[in-house]
Design a protein around this ligand. Structure first.
Ligand code: DAT
Ligand code: MG
Length: 155
């Protein structure tokens, strides 16, 4: 089953939005298989935002991401990467559609509450920064037989 890396950014923690944002992922049916609070190191932000190195927003972005605790998690489910990105909405709060996390909780450009891997390849790389294979908890949600038709092809 596909996994994506999600990070609740320092603004989400400080605004006490952990519960509200996690509820969106739970409501959709994604399974939280790893979750912890931490502060991001230089090595972690470098890896996460390597494609943005050299851009003018890179340094402020890193400073923001290291400005307080974050919650990092692995979400699992069919097409977890694309589904998560849809739940997040467009990058900037003022452009994100209502109904999305970024669209419902903020108007900022950079303080956009949540990170989600943008492709399966990025997810594989980003997840490895935070989690070992043994960190992913294998369990079944009791609702699973009603959330997914066993005859359905989920790929
Ligand atoms: P996303 O987080 O939707 O994957 P991204 O990878 O293009 O967006 O950018 C990473 C983060 O950097 C983004 O969440 C917010 C910030 N950012 C991107 N473009 C920016 C810009 N033009 N000005 C300020 N911050 C920006
Ligand atoms: Mg990105």
């Amino acid at each position: 089953m596909e996994r994506s890396l999600v990070i609740l950014k320092p603004d989400a923690i400080q605004r006490r939005l952990i519960g509200s944002i996690l509820a969106r992922f739970e409501a959709k049916g994604l399974k939280i298989v790893a979750l912890r609070l931490c502060r991001l190191t230089n090595q972690q932000t470098d890896n996460l935002y390597s494609v943005h190195k050299g851009k003018k927003f890179f340094e402020p972005l890193v400073r923001f991401m290291q400005s307080g605790p974050v919650a990092v998690m692995a979400l699992e489910g069919p097409r977890a990467v694309a589904v998560t990105r849809k739940l997040l909405g467009e990058t900037f709060g003022f452009e994100a559609s209502p109904g999305t996390i970024r669209g419902d909780f903020g108007l900022s450009r950079g303080y956009n509450l949540v990170h989600g891997s943008d492709s399966v390849e990025s997810a594989t790389r980003e997840l490895a920064v935070f989690f070992k294979e043994a960190d992913y908890l294998a369990y079944e949600l009791s609702e699973a037989p009603w959330a997914f038709n066993p005859a359905e092809d989920l790929n």
